[in-house]
Design a binder for this molecule. Structure first.
Ligand code: GRF
Length: 194
């Protein structure tokens, strides 16, 4: 499975994926490129340190469709089979979603469909839920929406602040994303062998 990862920021999920591909925990896969829409994304250095090609494709006043078309061209040039969104802070255009139909996945820090959108951990915290978590899902044209691949629950503890809860969710995100990609890589291998 040839993977391309889109980021906008810190890139801790991206780094977890790259490390799991390198160790073989995610089998028969490679991360061919990490693309950021922000030149100052911290994740770019993390990807470069790991020997992964990085690319910055900024929006620069263009329409969303034009910006996405450039990213899609770069992914296609490299033969990317699966696009992983990892803290990518833009909604994808319908054209992009169609070009990679069924081949785009995202991680979100809540138990979707609860709390889509920004600051999902704070939304859950403020709502006073006893349990929240994280979700890996296929991406459609709507925000934080599409068929769920895996979810992991995270309990809200008595002494939690938004920050401590967010930290514990993030630790689970890394493993959940790895587990979801492992499942997709094994399914892809089975399909190729059939
Ligand atoms: C994660 O919480 C992810 O679920 C959300 O944005 C955050 C990105 O963190 N979509 P990182 O860039 O992977 O460290």
């Amino acid at each position: 499975m040839k993977i391309g990862i889109l980021i906008s920021g810190r890139g801790s999920n991206m780094a977890a994926i790259v490390d799991a591909v390198k160790s073989g925990e995610i089998p028969n896969s490679s991360v061919a490129v990490v693309i950021s829409d922000k030149a100052d994304a911290g994740g770019l250095a993390k990807a470069a340190e790991r020997g992964v090609e990085t690319l910055v494709v900024e929006r620069r006043g263009r329409t969303r469709a034009e910006h996405d078309a450039e990213i899609a061209d770069e992914l296609e040039k490299r033969g990317i089979e699966l696009v992983c969104l990892a803290g990518y802070m833009r909604l994808l255009s319908p054209e992009f979603v169609r070009r990679f139909a069924g081949r785009i996945v995202n991680i979100h820090p809540s138990l979707l469909p609860a709390f889509p959108g920004l600051d999902a951990q704070k939304q859950a915290f403020d709502a006073g839920v006893a349990v929240t978590g994280c979700t890996v899902h296929y991406v459609d044209e709507l925000l934080d929406h599409g068929p769920v691949i895996l979810q992991k629950e995270v309990e809200r503890l008595k002494d939690d602040t938004v920050e401590t809860l967010t930290q514990r969710i993030l630790a689970e995100e890394h493993q959940l994303y790895i587990n979801a990609l492992k499942k997709l890589a094994m399914d892809a291998r089975a399909t190729k062998q059939a």
